[in-house]
Write a protein that binds this ligand. Structure first.
Ligand code: ADP
Length: 186
C-alpha cells in the first residue's frame, strides 16, 4: 500500500483531549500498518524544545520546531500526528500554508470542562498563581477559524472523536482505512 504523508495537527486547551485522540487515531492506523509518528507537545518540550518557556515568542518557536519535524516526516510519506496546545493562530496558519496535507483538528471542550477534568492538576495551580502564563487562564488561546475538523470532546466519546477524524481523512482520500477494512471483511 502506498501511503500519503500528512500532518494531522491537533490544537486545543490543555485537557481538551488532544493526546487521547492522537493516540487513539495512531493506534487504529498502526493496526492497519500505516507508518506514523506522534509528536506530543509535552514530550517535545523535554528534548527538541528543552529550555523554551511560555512567552508568545517561545511558544511560537516551539510550534515552528514541531512543524518542521512534522513536515520532514510527512514529506517522506509518514503520517505526523501532532498534539500541541499551539495557542496562536498566525503560526498555525503559516504552517497550513507552507506545508502539504496539513489537517487542522480543533479539539474543543469548554474551559470549564477542561478545568473540571484537570488531567494534570495544572488548572488548580494556575488559578492560585502557582503556574504562570497558563493557556485559557492567564494566557490566550486563539481558536482556529477554519479547522478541517472540530472534535467536540464534551459531547462525544474519545472513540467517536477518533472515528470522526478517520472518516474525514478517508473522505479526503488521505487514507484508505475503511475501504481496506471492507475488502478484508468481504
Ligand atoms: P490534552 O492532550 O488536550 O491536554 P488529554 O488527552 O491529556 O488532553 O486529556 C483529556 C481528558 O479528557 C482525558 O482524561 C480523556 O479521557 C477525557 N475525555 C473525555 N471525553 C473525551 C473525548 N471525546 N476525546 C478526548 N478525551 C476525552
Amino acid at each position: 500500500m502506498k501511503q500519503q504523508g500528512m500532518i494531522l495537527w491537533l490544537t486545543g486547551l490543555s485537557g481538551a483531549g488532544k493526546t487521547t485522540i492522537a493516540h487513539g487515531v495512531a493506534q487504529k492506523l498502526q493496526r492497519r500498518n500505516y507508518r506514523l509518528e506522534v509528536l506530543d507537545g509535552d514530550v517535545v518540550r523535554t528534548h527538541l524544545s528543552q529550555g523554551l518557556g511560555f512567552s508568545k515568542e517561545d511558544r511560537d518557536t516551539n510550534v515552528r520546531r514541531i512543524g518542521f519535524v512534522a513536515e520532514l516526516l510527512s514529506r517522506n510519506g509518514i503520517i505526523a500526528i501532532v498534539a500541541a496546545i499551539s495557542p496562536y493562530r498566525e503560526v498555525r496558519d503559516q504552517l497550513k500554508q507552507t506545508t502539504t496535507n496539513f489537517v487542522e483538528v480543533y479539539v474543543n471542550a469548554p474551559l470549564a470542562v477542561c478545568e473540571f477534568r484537570d488531567v494534570k492538576g495544572l488548572y488548580t495551580k494556575a488559578q492560585v498563581g502557582q503556574v504562570k502564563h497558563f493557556t485559557g487562564i492567564s494566557d490566550p488561546y486563539e481558536e482556529p477559524l477554519n479547522p478541517e475538523i472540530i472534535c467536540q470532546t464534551d459531547k462525544f466519546t474519545p472513540q467517536q472523536c477518533v472515528n470522526q477524524v478517520l472518516h474525514y481523512l478517508e473522505q479526503k482520500r488521505l487514507i484508505d482505512f475503511y475501504k481496506n477494512l471492507m475488502q478484508i471483511s468481504s
